[in-house]
Design a protein around this ligand. Structure first.
Ligand code: MRU
Length: 342
């Protein structure tokens, strides 16, 4: 399995997802500012993976901090990491977990504080892999035999500490002997589907076919797709799901064609403080990601371009939400709350 992110004596090491699939290059972040920049520039991306990166960034920041006024430095480290990307709630969940631990150990000797924070960040990483395997276990039975799974963006090993959420379900179904294949939307503008999903499934020997985003409706109507499985960046209390831009269109097309639309996500992606998806902050990225393709301009100079990185799929389009604690179905207000309390 690909190592998305690991803690080492030299710093936080990540596979550079901006250079895949052409180059398999690893980046070492030696400071928390470098971790923040890696999240912002999407060297590392995907909700659970940026949560792990943020936790490791906090630990790294404290490791490198001077001993004077550690509380102020800690606050600054958390603030810088929290300002990297706004939509995936896992980022804030991981920073809050590190903050709770810091509050509990801040009166310990500095070496003890550093050791505990490093251990916690590594634990978040290990737990994430176990969580994804559990999501896979709960979701595998939902994948129809002999059909194609359509996915959007990359919710695989690269988007997590390992194994993946949506692709974790695919991996678990394939491991259980299901005869399935995957259609991967290319996912304009950042091309996570073309570059990352296609790469990691091909590497695993799971049959994958790349399609452009605007082909999804055609294949959903043709009857070949048995189900859609995507990940999530934030899920509101009513079951509305924020995920990569284009997910909403796929969900509407799936419902129109009677194809189940599943969301696979850890409990840490739930944000039950938000009543609905309307309150989820949507990241706006640089217009050059739209006007250029791999750095090459494809539009007239000076043309206006919008680039919302995520959209919200209303819960009525979501057949079920697959978590590590089980599968939630409508009404989500109750089923998600039950899973959190379980
Ligand atoms: O902008 P990205 O690549 O970070 O967006 C990623 C997604 O939208 C994923 O589907 C989501 O984070 C779930 S990853 C398990």
């Amino acid at each position: 399995m690909v190592e998305t992110i690991v803690w080492t004596a030299e710093g936080v090491v990540m596979i550079d997802q901006t250079r895949l699939p052409r180059e398999e290059v690893y980046v070492t972040c030696g400071t928390y500012e470098e971790v923040a920049e890696a999240i912002r520039s999407m060297v590392i991306r995907g909700a659970p993976a940026i949560g792990v990166a943020a936790a490791m960034g906090v630990a790294l920041g404290v490791l490198k901090a001077g001993e004077a006024d550690l509380d102020t430095q800690f606050e600054r480290i958390c603030k810088v990491l929290a300002a990297t990307r706004p939509t995936a709630v896992n980022l804030f969940w991981a920073i809050e977990r590190m903050q709770r631990l810091y509050a509990a150990v801040r009166s310990c000797p500095p070496d003890e504080i550093r050791r505990r924070l490093i251990e916690e960040a590594q634990r978040i990483r290990e737990e994430d892999i176990a969580i994804n395997r559990a999501i896979g276990g709960h979701g595998a039975g939902l994948v129809p035999e002999g059909k194609t799974v359509l996915t959007h963006c990359n919710a695989g090993a690269l988007a997590t500490a390992g194994y993946g959420t949506a692709l974790g379900v695919v991996r678990a179904a394939a491991a259980a002997g299901r005869n399935i294949d995957v259609f991967a939307d290319e996912t304009r503008p950042f091309l996570q589907g073309a570059r990352l999903t296609a790469w990691e499934l091909q590497r695993d020997g799971i049959p994958v076919t790349l399609i452009t985003d605007n082909m999804a409706g055609h294949f959903l109507r043709a009857g070949r797709i048995g189900c859609v499985i995507v990940g999530a960046d934030r899920i509101a209390a009513n079951g509305d799901v924020a995920n990569k831009i284009g997910t909403y269109s796929v969900a509407v097309l799936a419902k129109e064609n009677g194809v189940p639309f599943y969301v696979a996500a850890p409990i840490s992606t739930l944000d039950l403080k938000l009543a609905s998806g309307d309150a989820i902050p949507i990241e706006q990225r640089a217009s050059t990601e739209v006007t250029q393709l791999c750095g090459v301009p494809i539009a007239p100079d000076g043309v206006a371009a919008e680039n919302p990185a995520f959209d919200v799929t209303p819960h009525r389009y979501v057949t079920a939400i697959i978590t590590e604690r089980g599968v939630a179905r409508a009404p989500y207000g109750e089923s998600l709350r039950d899973l959190v309390l379980r």
